[in-house]
Write a protein that binds this ligand. Structure first.
Ligand SMILES: [Zn+2]
Length: 758
């Protein structure tokens, strides 16, 4: 969830009530909404930047291994047509597929078929029986799996080109230096003793002058290409480029192809059944192994849910404190700094006291109720109303003073309250946060201002890393004449990043800040309709119309610029960035297809429940999904309807996150609140919670050496080998179940997708 500036800064009212297109009302046919999508496509009210006939051709990279599943999917490949075989696991889970009419007729008339012992699949199959099914799979089945594989290949192409795999990021290498160094461990697992260490907070240790700032790279330079994306080339030679990134046209071609596949009826039914099967498999596993699991975690010394590391994978920084905290802080400032000049409004500078007098309020009047920032009842399906909840007492000037980094007081109040939140986090030790902080793209100096805010105020902690959220607000800036074209936004966001990568000395603070930045988030109300008004989307420098570009277009330009930037940063040994947008919270499920191709992981994803084929792909590729059922409950989907428990059972890579503690939480530990409500409503066991915590660490963007300390030194290895029960408190039996389930599924994909290839 996210707020934006639309009202307070430019005085524009753009919050016309929007009836969300959410689907809850007509939920009966919930899993098949792609019918509509397809219809719209065919009626060509949606046009894509592609010519239809081009769809067939596409250049794939060689089939890579899934990085987390090395070696798990090798079985079906490279074998001749005869003597095909699958592991016994895979043979026990063979999928069912419809037969074509011709085939049905054939089989009926073929007596030899009729006379054979009728075979049915139910878990265990005798070897010759499964072999018979294996030798002669229906063409439909082969076709379905081929489609699955095509989509997976596309994702691999986009992910590897943009260096978003963890193994491609220099910060995950052994010799990456983290400054300030992470706190020393206070427990020795081998001797099982507590060691006395004194760890100073990062804010005390950090000294900007200690940071090494590398010099200029004269070997490479940057410019913009035909799509107006930044790219990296040899100085003076614009055709000698560092990396080839898929063009806007290629991207829309791939997108169209994937939307086509995922809206195909048989593919949807197939994926739907596969997902149902995965859930049933989980239920069986759970019935037969629950006690075994709990006994393992009981026997595990020292660890429990409270002292396993967990990451809040999706929090907006300006809502990271709880209301009680903010209230206390405002009252404190009003008592101790009332004569401080804090804001420039209506042609003059006001002190804090004057601001409150202009609002007719005293410190005594303030309470949680007057603050009115909780979002629980009146915000459902009203994102516009939710945005206003960011204003304390409904006053944008209080938000400006207390919750902005770039204001008259240079964000000093927000820095101070953030320091307090950081210190709470450090004391709690096991909780970590990935904060979203805004860069709007309205001017070129935003990055430098933000970096200075972080570095000068030392808003630095080993419990915190940053993601940069880019609000999709071109239409608002255009209306106020802040920008002329969409290209202005791209320039404001990316030019400083290319400058600092070429020569870190040009923006030293930004260079140091970026070492703590994980990547980009794309935020705003997804339920706003993406209007299509061009047969073919213009490139950013020609995008000067008042309409906002669609989600898929925003995401592409974040991706393409980031991909080139990453290639250069990796070459220089700097940390690379990833794309982790808000996606599938509301609006068009097609957003999820864009994100599947372009982004490492997503936040929300509740709309995956409507697109089974896409959900199945998210499962196979273990795309991280940071879910926030409490936030959804206030905005788009009531708690009991949230698909979170289904995703979890099926084995999707989900974690729990708080989104906006300021609006949604009641307690001082919002992340624990999120876990505890989920545990109560969905009846999660302790093992489930520890598994979710482990997922959150895996999804997060912390450096590999830190993850090793948190969840085990071999965490990158698949299956049981990668699990350290002593640190994660997740029994090996659970990890093994998850691994087998996924490996089997991937084996089937591999086997049938390559069935006719040799
Ligand atoms: Zn959010």
């Amino acid at each position: 969830m996210f707020m934006d500036d639309r009202k307070d800064k430019d005085g524009l009212s753009v919050d016309e009530p929007q009836v969300s297109r959410d689907e809850e009302s007509g939920g009966s046919d919930a899993h098949f909404s792609y019918h509509e999508g397809r219809k719209i496509f065919e009626n060509s009210s949606k046009h894509v930047a592609v010519d239809q006939e081009d769809l067939s051709s596409s250049g794939f990279l060689p089939q890579p291994h899934h990085p987390t599943m090395m070696g798990a999917n090798g079985n079906g490949q490279g074998q001749g047509k005869k003597n095909r075989t699958l592991s016994s696991n895979a043979r026990h889970t063979l999928p069912d597929a419809p037969l074509s009419k011709a085939e049905i007729v054939n089989k009926i008339t073929d007596d030899s078929v009729r006379d054979k012992t009728p075979l049915y699949k139910m878990g265990m199959l005798s070897d010759d029986a499964s072999q018979q099914i294996l030798e002669d799979p229906s063409p439909e089945l082969v076709d379905l799996y081929t489609k699955v594989q095509e989509c997976r290949d596309l994702r691999t192409k986009y992910q590897s080109l943009s260096l978003q795999y963890n193994s491609q990021n220099p910060k995950n290498s052994q010799d990456w230096e983290i400054y300030p160094p992470p706190p020393k461990p206070s427990y020795n697992a081998e001797t099982k003793t507590v060691i006395a260490v004194t760890n100073k907070p990062d804010a005390e240790v950090f000294d900007f002058n200690e940071c090494e700032i590398p010099g200029e790279d004269t070997e490479w330079d940057f410019g913009t290409n035909d799509d107006d994306s930044y790219y990296v080339h040899k100085p003076g030679k614009e055709d000698e480029i560092l990396a080839n990134i898929p063009s806007l046209r290629d991207y829309y071609k791939d997108l169209e192809k994937m939307v086509g596949i995922s809206s195909d009826g048989p593919a949807k039914s197939f994926a739907f059944r596969r997902l149902q099967y995965l859930e049933a498999r989980w239920n069986l596993y759970y019935l037969l192994n629950e006690y075994q699991e709990t006994s393992v975690s009981k026997r595990n010394p020292h660890r429990d849910f409270y002292n396993v590391r967990k990451v809040d994978t999706h929090v907006h920084h300006s809502a990271c404190m709880n209301q009680k905290h903010l209230l206390r802080f405002i009252k404190y400032k009003l008592r101790h700094c009332k004569d401080e000049k804090v804001i420039f409004r209506d042609g003059k500078v006001l002190t804090l006291d004057e601001v409150f007098r202009s609002l007719n309020l005293s410190g005594y009047d303030l309470s949680i109720d007057t603050l009115d920032m909780h979002a629980h009842k009146d915000t459902f399906h009203r994102f516009d109303k939710f945005n206003l909840k960011y204003n304390p007492i409904g006053e944008s000037r209080l938000r400006e003073i207390f919750l902005k980094t770039n204001n008259y007081i240079n964000g000093s109040y927000l820095a101070e309250i953030t320091q307090q939140v950081l210190s709470d986090l450090e004391n709690s030790k096991y909780q970590n946060c990935e904060y979203r902080i805004s860069v709007y793209g309205r001017s070129l100096d935003e990055w430098d201002k933000l970096a200075s805010w972080v570095i000068d105020n030392k808003v630095i902690s080993h419990n915190v890393r940053w993601l940069i959220q880019i609000p999709r607000l071109y239409d608002i800036y255009k209306k106020t004449d802040t920008v002329k074209t969409f290209q202005d936004i791209c320039t404001n966001i990316f030019q400083p990043l290319f400058e600092v990568t070429k020569n870190p000395k040009s923006h030293p603070k930004l260079h140091v800040f970026l070492q703590r930045v994980i990547g980009f988030d794309s935020v705003d109300d997804e339920s706003k309709v993406d209007r299509r008004f061009h047969r073919k989307y213009p490139k950013p420098s020609l995008w000067d119309s008042p309409q906002n570009p669609p989600y898929s277009y925003y995401l592409y330009y974040l991706y393409s610029n980031m991909a080139s930037l990453n290639q250069w940063r990796a070459k220089r040994g700097f940390n690379t960035l990833v794309l982790r947008p808000h996606c599938g919270e509301a609006g068009d499920p097609e957003h999820l297809v864009s994100a599947y191709l372009l982004s490492q992981s997503i936040s929300h994803g509740i709309l995956l429940r409507k697109v089974p084929f896409v959900q199945y792909l998210y499962f196979l590729d273990q795309v991280g999904i940071a879910m926030s059922p409490l936030s959804n409950n206030a905005l788009f989907l009531t708690y009991d309807k949230n698909p979170f428990p289904h995703y979890f059972k099926r084995g999707l890579n989900v974690s729990l996150s708080t989104d906006d503690p300021l609006q949604f939480s009641y307690t001082r530990e919002p992340l624990i609140e999120e876990y505890s409500v989920a545990a109560q409503i969905y009846k999660l066991s302790n093992v489930d919670m520890c598994e979710l915590a482990r997922n959150s660490v895996l999804q997060s963007g912390w450096e590999a050496q830190i993850k090793k300390h948190w969840i085990g030194k071999d965490y990158e290895l698949p299956g049981v080998e990668g699990n350290d029960v002593g640190k994660t408190n997740v029994p090996n039996i659970r990890i093994n179940y998850r691994y087998d389930t996924l490996a089997t599924e991937l084996e089937l994909v591999n086997h049938f997708a390559n069935f006719n290839k040799d």
